[in-house]
Design a protein around this ligand. Structure first.
Ligand SMILES: Cc1cc2nc3c(=O)[nH]c(=O)nc-3n(C[C@H](O)[C@H](O)[C@H](O)COP(=O)(O)OP(=O)(O)OC[C@H]3O[C@@H](n4cnc5c(N)ncnc54)[C@H](O)[C@@H]3O)c2cc1C
Length: 527
């Protein structure tokens, strides 16, 4: 039997954030109807009975559930059709949704198709019994005003609700509710949306509002590649990414990342804002920031009036250069960690193993084990083993790191060692037939199993080729130039960036056939 006030809530259950917001919306729906109404959650999906029971525990009186495989992934056109048909069939007075990216999109379509009013991002809601309509409050003009909104007589009155503005009800495991299974009579083939793949984005541990560093990408980052630079920069700085409206509208990132009047207000210590003009609707959200660094190619862009530091540059040339510099610093930090393991009595090294340091370093940079693994070309288990000190990383790990981050491997060395080695290299250069030299990257490791060298073969010159043969294994990475490697009977050509790993018992000779200098990273394992 229909009660006096029928309120519908859209059950957006995908991931923890929407799920919580839906509980808040259910909580508000219960508060609205008091004892005189019914809260129905409309739930579309595949195998969602467990979710339905959960919503009952959080206060839903009834669940209208369409449970079918084709509904496993959200498709806004199909969901709009189903919801509109059900609303026409059951005629609820109110239909409210959480203001997630999907909720906003769905609400606008449903309201348009039914021809009813929709109030977005409400922070309070009340039901006017006499007039039989909702009244709502939502913020306007950069949050400086609160607008009071009422609906026209057409039903249902629709609204999206701001996250965090409404309390959820405590969970009651014993709560009882009605579960209505609606057969799926809708033709999913008629949807114009084809889902190619769906990837779960893990929720971020630090909220944008609490982040110490935020990097924002605006229209001036141009495209997804440009926004990728923004992500990379944020990740290197251990920060969060934000966006202006055009970047969100272009789907370079989700709506949750929007900064400004209709997005989030942030207060980071450092904000790097890239390709943003400085519109008031955006700057309304960055007023509490410590230092603002703006990157814009237009010297007259209004954002420079607000910035502490301005960079007049194209984002597509400046950001990759900055990222490269930061990677060099990052790599230096990792190699410093590695070096400290050999100096347990050094002040910073005391009491911490290499694995613990690496873990702390990774966490400080907000990298997951799989992200560091991806950056270094290792399986995630390798990183976990190194971090738990069950595996001492080989020098080749650091070499891979240098390759992955496109960094000069001489970061292995201290400044003093670099000077010493440069001197030695100079000596070596003259000692060894004027066109072939090497320097050790693992000084003091002459008696160790693993050693690494930077070998330089000067441009194409006729020089005496030395044939090597030694027990163990050898790893060569062509850092610059081209290499001819004669391995036993085989002659191989390796280009810049290529690597080879071989049994060093096999006779091998190295030669530079190009007109450019050839630099090699050579790691030797001697049993
Ligand atoms: C009611 C209302 C609410 C709004 N709420 C918000 C909100 O919450 N948040 C928000 O962000 N917007 C909001 N807007 C939109 C806002 O008005 C602006 O349109 C938006 O902030 C502009 O974003 P932008 O700076 O990225 O783009 P633009 O204003 O187009 O600026 C792009 C900048 O990039 C620079 N540029 C271009 N190419 C390059 C390059 N290659 N290298 C370097 N620089 C380059 C340009 O010189 C320009 O200054 C709202 C608008 C309205 C009407």
């Amino acid at each position: 039997m229909k009660k006096s006030l029928e309120i519908w809530v859209f059950g957006d259950y995908r991931h923890p954030f929407p799920s919580r917001l839906t509980r808040q919306v259910i909580g508000q729906a219960r508060a609205l109807c008091g004892d005189h109404g019914r809260v129905t959650v409309i739930l579309l999906g595949s195998q969602v009975e467990g979710v339905a029971r959960e919503y009952i525990g959080y206060g839903a009186h009834r669940i209208l559930m369409v449970d079918d495989k084709p509904l496993a992934v959200y498709r806004v056109d199909l969901f709009t059709t189903i919801i509109c048909d059900l609303i026409r069939q059951y005629s609820p007075e109110i239909f409210i949704l959480g203001a997630t990216e999907f909720g906003r999109e769905l609400a606008a379509r449903v309201a348009r198709r039914l021809g009813v009013g929709l109030s977005a991002e409400c922070i309070s809601l009340a039901w006017d019994m006499e007039q039989g309509r909702l009244t709502a409050t939502s913020s306007a003009f950069g949050g400086q005003y609160l607008a009071r909104i009422v609906w026209s007589p057409d039903l249902p009155n629709m609204a999206t609700l701001c996250p965090g503005a409404f309390p959820e009800r405590p969970y009651e495991g014993t709560a009882e509710g009605e579960l209505v299974r609606v057969p799926n009579r809708w033709d999913s083939q008629s949807s114009k949306i084809r889902v190619l793949s769906s990837v779960y984005e893990a929720p971020h541990s630090v909220r944008l509002e609490e982040a110490r560093v935020v990097v924002v990408g605006g229209r001036g980052v141009k495209n997804l590649t440009g926004y990728h630079y923004v992500r990379e920069l944020a990740s290197l700085l251990g920060g969060e990414v934000g966006a202006t409206r055009p970047a969100v509208d272009a789907h370079w990132t989700s709506h949750e990342r929007l900064i400004g009047q209709t997005g989030r207000a942030i207060r980071p210590e450092l904000l790097i804002t890239c390709g943003t003009s400085g519109a008031v609707q955006y700057t309304a959200g960055i007023r509490g920031t410590g230092m603002i660094v703006a990157v814009n190619r237009d010297p007259h862009a209004p954002i420079f009036k607000m910035a502490d530091m301005g960079v007049i540059a194209d984002t597509h040339s400046f950001l990759p250069a900055l990222i490269s510099e930061l990677k060099a610093l990052l790599f230096k930090e990792i190699t410093e960690l590695f070096r400290k393991q050999d100096k347990p009595d050094s002040r910073e090294g005391r009491g911490m193993t290499f694995g613990q340091r690496l873990k702390r370093f990774r966490e400080d940079h907000k990298m997951s084990p799989s992200e560091l693994a991806e950056k270094t070309g290792q399986p995630p288990e390798f990183i976990e083993q190194v971090e738990s000190d069950s595996l001492i990383p080989p020098v080749s790990f650091l070499l891979q790191l240098s390759h992955a981050l496109h960094i000069d491997p001489s970061h292995f060395l201290t400044e003093q060692e670099k000077v010493q080695i440069d001197e030695k290299r100079h000596e070596g250069f003259f000692k060894r037939t004027q066109n072939y030299s090497y320097r050790t990257l693992t000084p003091g490791a002459a008696d160790k199993h693993l050693r690494a060298f930077m070998v330089t073969i000067e441009p194409r010159e006729t020089h005496k080729m030395i044939e090597y043969k030694h027990p163990g294994e050898e790893f060569i990475f062509v850092y610059r130039g081209e290499l001819e490697l004669t391995l036993g009977e085989k002659v191989l050509h390796l280009k810049q960036g290529e690597t080879i790993h071989f049994d060093s018992e096999t006779k091998h000779k190295l030669r530079n056939l190009s007109d450019e200098r050839c630099d090699l990273l050579v790691a030797l394992y001697t049993p």
